[in-house]
Design a protein around this ligand. Structure first.
Ligand SMILES: Nc1ncnc2c1ncn2[C@@H]1O[C@H](COP(=O)(O)OP(=O)(O)OP(=O)(O)O)[C@@H](O)[C@H]1O
Length: 256
């Protein structure tokens, strides 16, 4: 296992994941530093989503361990990992489509407070002025305050993703994992999201971002790890990665 330095908040140590005979992840060692934005890139099928799923407890690694903030995550359930301070924005937003946007954004705060994610919170909505005000503040931050009374299901795809980001921020995570946060967005919405993610960085939140859009990656990342064939083939600053021949080869051989 790699020895973590003091400012490493997430340590992925010697992680392997096989599906039958397929080695989806091999020898993954990854250290994410506190307050940084760390991008994980790689061609289709490289293992990026599998790696995020291992971190959030949706998949058990075949070997290796994940340590976050001094606690071993491996073996914990996704909701336990979430309670420890790891939140994930999914490729496909997980929302309550028939509830207004504002209530969707309030829901995670109730779940965190009450320890479960039920719809009973509706009964106490009137009393929850503080949570409502915070949710409205988040909606202002993500540019959705004017849509707060719309049903979430009728938002555009890009707006749903921004709403889900607001839902994650309501949990005040120490680590935010973003799985293709700008997928399906127009260039304008993508740039608004980049600005928003920069704002979050100023608040000191650590982020891991999986993204195919290199404009987003190079706009946000402090450090990039490149996955190909389930292995990390390169790691470094955006400039180091951009000029790495192994990376260029992996992308030319891949779908992107
Ligand atoms: N549940 C599963 N069962 C079997 N094989 C899987 C499973 N999940 C992923 N794989 C395989 O593991 C490999 C890595 O997949 P993964 O989805 O992690 O790649 P990715 O880098 O996220 O790809 P993309 O950019 O296309 O989303 C692929 O070969 C994929 O087919």
């Amino acid at each position: 296992m790699t020895i973590a330095s003091e400012n490493v908040v997430l340590n992925v140590a010697d992680v392997h994941k096989t599906f039958g005979g397929l080695h989806a992840l091999s020898d993954i060692d990854l250290q994410i530093e506190e307050g940084k934005t760390h991008a994980i890139i790689g061609p289709n099928g490289a293992g990026k989503s599998t790696l995020l799923n291992v971190v959030v407890g949706r998949l058990a690694p075949t070997r290796g361990a994940v340590v976050f903030d001094g606690q071993v995550l491996t073996g914990k359930q996704p909701h336990e990992i979430n309670q420890i301070g790891v939140a994930r924005v999914f490729q496909t937003p997980e929302i309550f489509p028939d509830l207004p946007v504002l209530q969707n954004v309030m829901a995670p705060a109730f779940a965190k407070r009450d320890g479960s994610f039920t719809l009973n919170f509706l009964s106490s909505l009137a009393d929850e002025k503080e949570i409502r005000e915070e949710a409205e503040h988040m909606l202002e931050d993500v540019g959705l305050i004017h849509q707060k009374d719309m049903n979430a299901g009728s938002l555009s795809r890009g707006d749903k993703r921004r709403m889900e980001l607001a839902m994650c921020l309501m949990q005040h995570p120490k680590l935010l994992l973003l799985d293709e946060p700008t997928a399906g967005m127009s260039r304008h919405d993508t740039n608004t999201t980049i600005e928003l993610l920069r704002k979050i960085k100023e608040r000191g939140m650590t982020k891991v971002i999986i993204e195919h859009d290199m404009h987003v990656v190079f706009s946000l990342a402090d450090k990039i790890s490149v996955l190909a064939g389930g292995r990390i083939i390169a790691e470094g600053t955006p400039d180091e990665v951009r000029n790495n021949p192994k990376v260029q080869e992996a992308y030319l051989g891949g779908a992107h």
